[in-house]
Write a new protein. Structure first.
Length: 265
């Protein structure tokens, strides 16, 4: 049978999702615990491979097993063998044609940016940080040119393995939440480092270092060297994966308490 799991995790201090030779990656930790539950080796497929330091409110994975267990056991039993920074939130049996990556219609990432003269220790691993005042209005204006289907070559990592740089960015919202600025990105899929490169470019506009039309110029150039440096992974969260209603999967993450901790304006 094929089982889908919903996960949340704190990615700080980890090498990221994808399996590593030393067995310390989040995928390694999950598969080790699932293997104990299933009684055989387990291989998982995730909706989005998050980098070192990146968090998830709503990661989704699937795996195949011949072991018959109550769905509650895949949650509680797996969690009992996991470190505190990663938790299975739900388990759901799906048909064999479900695929955590390829069945996804869209993914939503959120980026939290802490704006304060002094970095707060409780946000240091959970939000990016700038100490200078930042103008949300000009960032919102600059973001308009990035929405839609574009060649995002200028915002992809040199290590990106995607066959095509074309992505459809359907949402890019920016709002204030107390001392936090929250960026919300939704797309059919994302390139490697795409969100962090977009955030870094928009922050340069918000700080007044670049004009409001600069992100559009960078996008049109297709040149990664024209964009800003990749921003910190600390504030990045995989916040939701949309599969449509046909699979009957639970939803989670988009209203996570962490994202409301800064208040709303």
């Amino acid at each position: 049978m094929r089982i889908a799991l919903g996960l949340s995790y704190d990615g700080s201090g980890t090498p990221g999702w994808q399996t590593q030779p030393g067995g310390r990656a989040l995928q390694d930790l999950l598969e080790s615990s699932l293997a104990c539950m299933a009684g055989h080796a387990v291989s998982t497929v995730c909706a989005g491979r998050t980098d070192a330091g990146v968090h998830a409110l709503a990661q989704v994975v699937h795996f195949d097993t011949e072991a018959e267990r109550p769905l509650s056991a895949w949650v509680r039993g797996t969690n009992a063998r996991l470190p505190d920074r990663i938790r299975v939130q739900w388990a759901h049996q799906v048909s064999a044609d479900f695929h955590a990556r390829f069945s996804a219609l869209s993914r939503t990432y959120r980026y939290l940016l802490h704006v304060a003269q002094v970095e707060h220790p409780l946000w240091s691993a959970r939000a990016g940080w700038v100490f200078r005042p930042i103008d949300i209005t000009v960032m919102q204006a600059a973001a308009l040119s990035l929405v839609g289907e574009h060649d995002f070559s200028a915002f992809r990592s040199s290590q990106c393995q995607a066959r095509s740089p074309v992505r459809r960015l359907s949402q890019l919202e920016i709002g204030a939440r107390g001392e936090l600025i929250e960026f919300i990105f939704t797309a059919n899929a994302f390139l490697h480092h795409m969100v962090r490169n977009l955030v870094g470019t928009l922050v340069q506009v918000g700080l007044g270092r670049k004009p409001v039309d600069w992100p559009a110029q960078v996008l049109a150039s297709g040149d990664r060297g024209q964009a800003a440096a990749t921003f910190s992974p600390a504030g990045l969260y995989l916040a939701g994966v949309d599969y449509g209603s046909g699979w009957g999967l639970p939803t989670m993450g988009l209203q996570d308490p962490l994202l409301q901790a800064g208040g709303a304006s």
